[in-house]
Write a protein that binds this ligand. Structure first.
Ligand code: UDP
Length: 466
């Protein structure tokens, strides 16, 4: 095999991701940081496009973008059945990735991926390249899953869903604050299986990086390190513009769902008063029911505050209830979220508590109203309320849905209630720290530098051996 640390050339790193917005965003941002430290980065996106490893299709900023086939037929809608999709990817994509790497003109010194593609570690071993995992959720989730899948603590069982769990470095979690995959009610078995594999094969991964920062999750990161599980936080992996840096000349991202509403959102926000707007988005995976949309609309109507609301499946909606509040706000099917959150008119974020959305809100200093549904969201909402003190969580009614009154009550609590100043102050403090950790010498910046040094030195020592 050729040396993958080419003499007198940049060290090349391959980053592999599913074509999911919440995965691409942090992996792309990590790629940009590695480029800024002198590495050459290729981001390979699993997609239904036919494998084409010979030609560069694009680049974002200075990260080189390529695509390879996930092995699922072109006409299959990837959002229909997550279990089917993830199982198929696990069966067919490894051979495609192997072929992609072998035929690529660059030799890679390291392969980085998210936890949701655990088979990448096997491909990396086959081509004899060290492997890093970017944990793309809170470090808290890493600790919960590590302990759950290794059976280090007792979690809820069929017969006991009311129990609470206390894990090192974390607050006490009740069953409804734990990630859905560790509950008996979980129905998405592919992800459960993937996480189980990840936490039984950590020995295959040379570095575990995390999209978090030390100062945000100090106790749990310390407890992982004490337990001999090195976890290097390198976040928040959000666009540089959100961290107050305009100098990257590199604002672009890779938006799967981009709509033509970007300038509409910013122009509309420009006309609103400072810190007056309720921004609402439930990310890219959740499908919000018509009932929930009705409740949010009723809640917004009752408080009469301006809102910017992302509803992804606009075409399927009857607009009766939205008609009544259309003068009050703007409804779009996609927003330039990081630009929206850093706009001075935004006063709070009603969010599903996806990890990227939360980190973006933290980096922008915007308080949060959590409306979590599944996966890591309930745990993230707990951190928002009880650990960072930057917001509140919507309570479900006895039928398990949110009511309009509850939406109105929570928005008022965060915007003008007795604790609103405290939420804003805490959010602004975290915003300051988020900038410091990525500045030269900050905790995340140091971890990125250490990682880059290790990749370069493991690459040189490997070259000497072959
Ligand atoms: N996003 C966006 N515009 C939207 C909705 C979402 O740019 O209208 C981005 C958002 O900034 C975040 C990502 O999509 O980076 C969603 O990731 P998250 O982890 O918050 O949620 P998921 O979609 O994975 O549930």
């Amino acid at each position: 095999m050729d040396s993958f640390c080419e003499q007198n050339q940049q060290t090349n790193v391959l980053v592999v991701t599913l074509q999911a917005q919440g995965h691409i965003n942090p992996l792309l941002q990590l790629g940009k940081r590695l480029v800024s430290k002198g590495l050459h980065v290729t981001l390979a996106i699993l997609t239904n496009a036919p494998t084409n490893s010979s030609s560069a299709l694009n680049s974002i900023g200075s990260v080189h973008i390529e695509f390879f086939s996930d092995g699922v037929t072109m006409d299959y809608s990837r959002e229909v059945d997550m279990d089917y999709y993830m199982d198929s990817v696990g069966k067919f994509a490894p051979a495609n990735l192997l072929a992609f790497i072998r035929s690529h003109r660059r030799k890679f010194a390291c392969i980085i991926t998210s936890p949701f593609l655990p088979w990448v570690a096997d491909v990396a071993k086959e081509v004899d390249v060290p492997n890093a995992m970017l944990w793309i959720q809170a470090c808290a989730l890493y600790q919960i899953y590590r302990r759950y899948y290794n059976q280090l603590d007792e979690f809820s069982s069929e017969s006991n869903t009311n129990m609470s769990v206390k894990l090192p470095g974390l607050p006490v979690f009740s069953a409804d604050e734990l990630p859905s995959f560790v509950l008996p009610s979980n129905t998405v078995h592919s992800i459960d299986g993937i996480l189980n594999t990840v936490f039984h094969s950590l020995h295959k991964v040379k570095w575990v990086l995390g999209n978090s920062f030390l100062e945000l999750e100090k106790d749990v990161i310390a407890s992982l390190n004490e337990a001999g599980c090195p976890f290097w936080p390198v976040g928040p992996l959000v666009p540089a513009t959100l961290l107050g840096k305009e100098d990257y000349n590199d604002h672009d991202g890779y938006d799967i769902y981009k709509a033509n509403s970007e300038s509409d959102c910013i122009e509309w926000l420009n006309q609103q008063k400072p810190a007056s707007v309720v921004y609402i988005s439930f990310g890219t995976v959740l499908s919000v029911s018509v009932k929930e949309i009705e409740s949010i609309a009723a809640g917004l109507k009752s408080i009469n505050r301006p809102f910017l609301w992302v509803i992804r499946s606009l075409e399927n909606l009857e607009f009766g209830f939205l008609e009544e509040i259309k003068e009050q706000g703007l409804v779009v099917s996609w927003s330039p979220q990081t630009k929206v959150l850093s706009h001075p008119s935004v006063g709070c974020f009603l969010s599903h508590c996806g990890w990227n959305s939360l980190l973006e809100s933290i980096a922008a200093g915007v308080p949060v109203i959590g409306c979590p549904q599944w996966t890591d969201q309930p745990t993230n909402a707990k951190l928002v309320m009880d650990v960072w003190g930057v917001g509140v969580k919507l309570k479900m009614n006895s039928e398990g849905v949110i009511s309009g009154e509850e939406v109105g009550r929570c928005v008022e609590e965060v915007m003008s209630g007795p604790r609103s100043e405290e939420f804003r102050k805490n959010a602004l403090q975290l915003k300051t720290v988020a900038r410091e950790v990525l500045a030269d010498g900050g905790s995340s910046d140091n971890n990125i530098k250490m990682f880059v040094n290790e990749v370069i030195s493991s690459c040189s020592s490997h070259s000497k051996q072959i």
